[in-house]
Write a new protein. Structure first.
Length: 432
């Protein structure tokens, strides 16, 4: 049987983040060597089946041939033709079934491994439930691993087999990367996405699946622990450079977000974009300057003390921050303006007894529902306030602790309630 040029039409399905783009992959089948069909009837049926002029005709004829001759010596060859015909007539489920039958006969068949990998990955992409997608991705990755090491068949044209291996290698790497990404194995996902993109021709890197997997590579750098935001920004920027709208804008915003988070501002981002668009791999020494670390709470407290001419005018919540976070010297300076001072203390009741009320006074304390003031009452309360209610107490600063942060006040009282003025009614006497 003479060699044939066989075509596999691969519709490279991209995720919703990028969209879909078609790709045609052409490869030459390995020479099968000389196969002798001894039964003339079987030989005639075989020739009739593979000579059909249309894919639909081949499908029907080959299906009939396999039913009549299930153990034919050319079973693998006709199954390969059948899986190609199914792809040409847009019947991926049957194509996958034919590819799986080829692999039962020859687990190293490169074309069947490539088609099975692609179709299983495509099926996984159609699943909204990750638990349903993962088994399909696992199977695709298993076929992909086999495809990466598949040897050339005996008697195959080495040059043609090499071309086919080169063409399908990015598909294999991409399937493994997607499987690792689904399993949250981010280091391996990064490794195989990079291998995939480097194995692609330059034109494929910036179209269809190349854009999608560049984007996924960027997200993997974000998701891994610890994050690598320098590489994340690079690959997100590169994906944004080539992605179509509306995905370009979405990916661009992600690149900008992580750049600003890492660098502290947007200066220099345009240069990173230009470099990433021009090159798949960052140049040696490429980096993004990290933002300086924010001031520590102790530094913030010290700045508050040194920038306030009269510490008595400092807001109560700012004084509380210094007491909780400042150096002993800074805290002491602020406390000197508070000690034995009687003032109104508004807050949210966290706990209450007749003798003591714990309040959340600062906004942070109220949001976290955590007390930062303890007010010891001057006289026991007949009815303690309700937990969660807002109260205004009058008390005197007594002491504080820095860890845990707490200001303690004494001689607490509830402010007097202003009684409404009585209404005087005038009685009018009417003369009879």
């Amino acid at each position: 049987m003479k060699k044939k040029i066989l075509y596999v039409t691969v519709l490279a399905l991209a995720s919703s983040a990028i969209g879909a783009a078609p790709m045609m992959m052409q490869a030459q089948a390995a020479a099968p060597g000389t196969i002798t069909i001894k039964d003339p009837a079987e030989y005639n049926a075989y020739n009739a089946a593979i000579s059909q002029p249309t894919p639909q005709g081949k499908e029907s004829a080959i299906e009939g041939f396999l039913q009549q001759y299930p153990n034919s010596v050319v079973k693998k060859q006709v199954l390969e033709i059948l899986m190609d015909s199914y792809m040409q007539t847009n019947n991926p489920d049957k194509a996958l079934g034919a590819a799986r039958q080829v692999l039962q006969i020859d687990p190293t068949d490169l074309r069947a491994l490539a088609l099975s990998t692609y179709l299983l990955k495509a099926q996984a992409g159609q699943k909204s439930n990750p638990t349903q997608a993962l088994p399909l991705l696992d199977e695709a990755a298993k076929d992909a691993q086999a495809g990466l090491t598949a040897p050339a068949p005996e008697g195959a044209d080495a040059a043609n087999f090499g071309k086919m291996k080169t063409a399908v290698t990015p598909l294999f790497y991409g399937a493994i990367a997607n499987d690792d990404l689904e399993k949250k194995d981010y280091p391996n996902a990064i490794k195989y996405f990079l291998e995939e993109l480097k194995a692609m021709p330059a034109a494929q890197q910036t179209a269809g699946p190349g854009i999608e997997d560049t984007y996924l590579l960027g997200t993997a750098y974000v998701q891994k622990a610890p994050q690598d935001l320098v590489n994340a920004v690079w690959y997100l920027s590169r994906a944004a450079a080539y992605a179509p709208e509306p995905f370009k804008d979405e990916i661009q915003k992600a690149a900008q977000y992580w750049y600003k988070k890492y660098h502290g501002g947007m200066d220099g981002f345009d240069q990173v974009q230009t470099q990433a668009k021009a090159s798949l791999i960052p140049s040696a020494g490429f980096t993004i300057a990290p933002a300086p670390p924010p001031p520590s709470p102790q530094e913030l407290a010290h700045n508050a003390v040194t920038s306030t001419p009269d510490l008595k005018t400092m807001a109560l919540t700012d004084k509380e921050f210094v007491l909780a976070n400042g150096t002993p010297d800074d805290a002491s300076k602020v406390w000197d303006t508070m000690k034995d001072l009687t003032t109104k203390v508004p807050g949210k009741v966290i706990s209450a007894t007749p003798d003591s009320i714990e309040l959340a006074v600062s906004d942070d304390a109220q949001q976290s529902n955590k007390a930062d003031f303890t007010v010891n009452m001057k006289t026991p309360l007949k009815t303690p306030p309700t937990i969660g209610s807002m109260v205004n107490l009058i008390a005197t600063f007594d002491s504080y602790t820095q860890n845990p942060p707490m200001i303690i006040m004494k001689d607490g009282i509830a402010p007097p309630t202003t009684k409404p003025r009585p209404t005087h009614h005038t009685t009018h006497h009417h003369a009879r």
